[in-house]
Design a protein. Sequence first.
Length: 462
Amino acid sequence: MTPSFPSLLDPAISYREDLFTRTADHPAQVVHLLVVGTKPDIIKMMSLVTELRTRGELLVVGHTGQHYGYNLSDGVTKEFGMVPDFNLNIRGSLHERLAQIITRLGTVVEALKTTGKTIVPYIHGDTLTAFASAVACYQSRVAVVHIEAGVRSLTPRREFFDALTTTPDISQYMVVLKDIRNWERGTIEPFPEQFNTRSIAATAALHCAPTSLCVESLRGEGMAIRTIALTGNTVVDAVDRALAVAESSNEVFMRFPSFTKGFIFMTIHRRENVSSFHKVRTILTAIEQLVAEGRTVWLVSFEAWKYALAEFGLTAEVEEYAKKHPNFVISDPWPHHGSLMRALKKASTCIVTDSGSMQEEADHLDVPCVTIRFNTDRLESVLAGANLLAPPIDPELLVSFINYADDNEAMRGSPHVYGENVAPKIVERTLSSLKDGELFRWEHEVLEFHKNGAWQKGEVTW
């Protein structure tokens, strides 16, 4: 008899009416459950959706609702044809959304378990969605596949920052940054993302590490070698797809014709930046200097940036400055990934950001990147010479960083560090790990004592 699945769910969750019966009736034994919540999740998990669909696997896509609206969610889900099978519709403060994901996704996982299938959740990165989803699954004895595992922030020693402020030799600073011995581990930034990704590691059955540096971090933290796979980063799949499908797209240039002559692309949203008046004021003054020099700057305003401007009483000043200077463009996040990647590839001379994903995209697009932080969780791109760490200490120094990187041919020619054709590698490794059944395994199963002929079968679920 088919269970009454809807009765198992929180009424706040929206889902396809046939979700559970379709899952139960499907001949496949494994449910590949992809959980997304932010725009980067959607973009960077799309190649996994495509790969699993191509293989004919049973796929369920869940959206937490962490990002919503057309610019941050619906634009890319429609662009990719990634229609979620359910949405948790979370809202509220950080701790409220965290609790809602754990509770609501937990009910979905428990409902899916009643189908008798093996559930394999894929979560991405370091977001609230990834952390809370990992907790929800783990508490239901369902271990996750962590995409983009082992990403850790490192910080240059204080002496190098001090040297910059007294004798700003950025060429020599770049040499320093390319030596990993000058970097130190251990930071809470980005907050809370570093906590999230470190915590997820304890719940994962498979760590899909984008680079060897991430593998090293995971091994150093005691993760079992057998659970770590060096796969590359699905960002390359997303960027390659974007450039292919939007090869002739002029969507961005139709709206902003001046961008065809070159522009600096800027996004700032990290809490450690937007929570500090000094950092926000430093970034704004640097923008004003760049604009005054005649540079075209496109600043994409995320909600965190807008909130910071409002809290610090700077909104009117910034809007008035943009009105007076046509080469300073402010917009909401661009809704379509393909046309944005094409515009960046074709005309952007520099990407200035505090985003992890943007650092990766810049590397694969061959666009010089300036990361406005005191540390970076994408150190491999810095070591390769594609990324310049620019602490927001003072505006003049920040302008010097950007001017150094802008259209820098050496940075454009740096090697790509995030692999290629990544999704098939992740799926292959996952399917291989499933040869013995569930990914969640007690130690006697890892050691294969349960395969002994004298081993007595039977288990109770707590």
